[in-house]
Design a protein around this ligand. Structure first.
Ligand code: DGL
Length: 285
């Protein structure tokens, strides 16, 4: 069965949404979804609640059944306690697996995040494309179907990185990883074949744009890096309705499942992104 993960269900904004800010939960395993949160905050005014499941991060290493159960438990808690109008799963690792279950379980609109294969294919001249993602996303049937359906005429290299998401978190926490360690995670995405080189790399993990400048600086040669966050934000805006885009006040809060991980460095990084209110969400592991 095939799902249109990015699009979500057809949905008309509820009448109530016309006279108040839409409440939108943006969820990820950790801090990566902040790249999606930033795009949404740029496009529309909303009561944004960022949710990072930092108690269980990284998701990329989890067995599928365990991941589905965990995501469903955290989202259930968020819906019950905070009653969002829309939930954005700002995580490829979770979206490529758990969205059908979430949609069946909870009657609110979900917007997912999946590897941006189509725009990569559209923009590639060398026809050599790489998808940089977590080991979980690379292994998914959904990802492989996306490639076989949309990447005709291109050779796609799937690269599963075990550590890059953690390096991105470390960077945001003020402890940047070494150049050599980052390069070791991205090197396989750079392929030379038949006189051609990879010219497009899909950032199929929402953490990676957090270290976009370092990826660009360390790349063996220049490539186009494709980030799906702007497309997700546009989709959220169309679900939330035009009224939200014209309202003025945006609010930002963040909740994390690991209280000990809420360090002063993280608070400062969140503040720089307009998130001043940071709290703990209890979801037993
Ligand atoms: N940010 C998540 C994604 O987009 C993955 C990070 C993790 O392994 O938890 O896939």
């Amino acid at each position: 069965m095939k799902f249109d993960f990015l699009a979500g269900k057809a949905h008309q904004p509820a009448a109530a949404l016309r006279d108040r800010l839409p409440r939108i939960a943006v969820f990820d395993s950790g801090l990566g979804g902040l790249t999606v949160h930033a795009e949404i905050a740029r496009l529309l005014s909303a009561d944004l609640i960022y949710v990072g499941d930092t108690a269980v991060f990284p998701y990329g290493r989890l067995p599928e059944r365990e991941l589905i159960e965990r995501v469903s438990a955290v989202i259930g808690e968020v819906i019950e306690r905070h009653v969002p109008d829309i939930v954005v799963i700002a995580c490829n690792t979770a979206s490529t697996l758990a969205l059908p279950v979430l949609r069946a379980q909870f009657a609110i609109p979900f917007v997912g995040t999946v590897p941006a294969i189509k725009p990569a294919v559209a923009g590639s001249r060398s026809r050599l494309i790489s998808v940089l993602a977590t080991p979980g996303t690379v292994a998914r049937d959904y990802t492989r179907e996306l490639v076989s359906e949309h990447a005709k005429g291109c050779e796609v290299t799937l690269v599963g990185s075990a550590r890059l998401a953690s390096y991105a978190e470390a960077e945001l926490n003020g402890v940047p990883a070494d150049d050599a360690d980052i390069l070791a995670e991205i090197r396989d995405a750079f392929v030379e074949k038949g006189g051609q080189r990879t010219d497009t790399v899909v950032l199929a993990c929402t953490h990676y744009p957090l270290i976009a400048a370092r990826l660009e600086a360390l790349a063996p040669w220049p490539v186009a890096w494709i980030d799906s966050a702007p497309a997700i934000a546009r989709r959220v805006t169309s679900l939330a309705g035009d009224a939200a885009a014209s309202m003025t006040k945006a609010t930002g809060r963040a909740l994390f499942t690991n209280a000990a991980g809420i360090t002063p460095a993280l608070r400062a990084a969140l503040k720089a992104r307009g998130i001043h209110d940071v709290g703990f969400l209890a979801v037993p592991v």
